[in-house]
Design a protein around this ligand. Structure first.
Ligand code: AMP
Length: 172
């Protein structure tokens, strides 16, 4: 864990004053750290009969695609509004100032009532994860697990998630 932590870079005042951005790119570019992170997720989910990994745009795509390959399951994207080409469902959620919106294709699952893992690089307030959970539940799933590489514990996002199936690697 110490090794993974050492590969997170704090970027002060990004994307706006007062926010410390946790940059995961040094962790991704380090082959040992990237592999270690994916193996930790793999160990958590390998015996849970997972059918799909669902990644939240955009850093959730990087971790999610790697984990999907490792688990030998499919990958499904949740994208920012306006990016998905086919029939989709949308969920708006509140930000500090204003709203954002996430979307998912209606035809995302070929398997009926699949077991899925929703993954993102980081949970802050939990807003984007909760919007994603409501999209996934609209499509219908059996088990819904959530996974995050980094948990900003001071924001208590995990307390606000509409699930208790939460796995986080770095609680900081
Ligand atoms: P939230 O919806 O508030 O839980 O925010 C989580 C999403 O915003 C994730 O996709 C993160 O990648 C991104 N995010 C929020 N805060 C930070 C932060 N301090 N550093 C890096 N990414 C962040």
């Amino acid at each position: 864990m110490q090794y993974l932590l050492s590969k997170l870079k704090d970027v002060p005042n990004f994307p706006k004053p007062g926010i410390t951005f946790k940059d995961i790119t040094p962790l991704l570019s380090d082959k040992k750290a990237f592999k270690q992170a994916i193996e930790i997720f793999y160990e958590e989910y390998k015996d849970k009969n997972i059918d799909y990994i669902i990644g939240i745009e955009s850093r959730g795509f990087i971790l999610g695609a790697a984990l999907a390959l490792q688990l030998n399951v499919g990958f499904v994207p949740i994208r920012k509004v306006g990016k998905l080409p086919a029939e989709k469902i949308s969920c708006k959620y509140e930000l500090e100032y204003g709203y954002d919106e996430l979307e998912m294709h209606k035809h995302s699952f070929e398997i009926q009532n699949p077991n899925v893992v929703l993954i993102d690089d980081l949970i802050a307030t939990g807003g984007s994860a909760n919007a994603s959970i409501s999209l996934i539940n609209k499509l219908g799933v059996n088990e819904l697990y959530t996974a995050f590489l980094v948990n900003l514990t001071f924001l208590k996002g995990t307390d606000k998630l509409n699930t208790n199936k939460i796995f986080t690697i770095l609680d900081i």
